[in-house]
Design a protein around this ligand. Structure first.
Ligand code: HEC
Length: 244
């Protein structure tokens, strides 16, 4: 009996740490791995641009500013103001969508959520797989479905890039997706890169401080290394008198 509280705590810790796996286990889709890379500036810059082109029309990033994003990605602020901001906002402002929430709910059956914290909510791997697994489904209102978000209300906005993707079924098992050749602007590998860059960007937006932390972390480790050398020398100095 005394072990019960202990077991409960262990289970709670397990569920907390394993949040993503818990959420993912509700769909039957073997997730493709995603490894974010915040040192890859070209990827983050491309992701930022792709996001404003293809996603911001519906999803805001209301906890993130254009200015900070520009600084973190080493893009001059004027360049962002001239080429990335379509909403008439200023570079110092938060990244807002111009989509009004109420009609959006009528059009799509669901309001497109703000995506600032999406990578923390669902995990970047989920987003990456979500972007890659839209497929044709005539039974859905928009003619499209998704493997990791069944019966999704979002239109397949990346279709012009990826092309028409269909589920191929064998013995009632429809786990294979195939893009119709020549139906999209990009090759499979190029589209993977697009999905990667957008996800990497959202991974950054979920916790921008991570980028700084990684940079500072290197300096902290170097500092500790130098400190260890000095501490060792000091120890030698002290023990010299004791040993002799
Ligand atoms: C035309 C409007 C529209 C555009 C453009 C759009 N989305 Fe969506 N998106 C939606 C709607 C509506 C939903 C809600 C779907 C639902 O809950 O069924 C959604 C849902 C999502 C979700 C899941 C949110 C959740 O419930 O956790 C993600 C992630 C997402 N969108 C990412 C993107 C990305 C990335 C882009 C750009 C490549 C994009 N969306 C472009 C309308 C849009």
């Amino acid at each position: 009996m005394t072990r019960l509280p202990f077991t409960l705590i262990l289970i709670l810790i397990g569920v907390t740490l394993n949040g993503n796996a818990w959420a993912a286990s509700t769909v039957d889709w073997s997730m493709e791995e995603f490894k974010g890379d915040l040192q890859d500036m070209p990827s983050l810059q491309r992701g930022f641009q792709l996001y404003t082109n293809y996603c911001l029309g519906c999803h805001g990033l209301e906890h993130q500013r254009y200015g900070r994003t520009a600084d973190d990605f080493e893009i001059p602020r004027e360049l962002v103001e001239d080429n990335i901001i379509f909403t008439g906002q200023k570079v110092g402002e938060l990244i807002k969508t111009s989509m009004p929430a109420v009609p959006a709910k009528v059009w799509f059956g669901a309001t497109p959520p703000d995506l600032t914290l999406e990578a923390r909510l669902r995990g970047p791997e989920w987003i990456y797989n979500y972007l890659k697994t839209f497929y044709v489904d005539e039974e859905r209102p928009l003619g499209v479905n998704n493997k990791v978000y069944p019966n999704v209300g979002m239109p397949n906005v990346l279709l012009p890039l990826q092309g028409v993707q269909r589920a191929i079924c064998e013995d009632e098992n429809c786990d294979k997706l195939e893009v119709e050749e020549g139906s999209g602007k990009l090759s499979v590998a190029e589209f993977d890169q697009v999905a990667y860059d957008i996800t990497n960007f959202l991974y950054y937006v979920g916790e921008p401080a991570r980028l700084e932390r990684q940079k500072i972390g290197v300096y902290v480790l170097l500092f500790i290394l130098v400190l260890i050398c000095f501490t060792y020398l000091l120890k030698r100095e002290f023990f010299k008198d004791i040993e002799h």
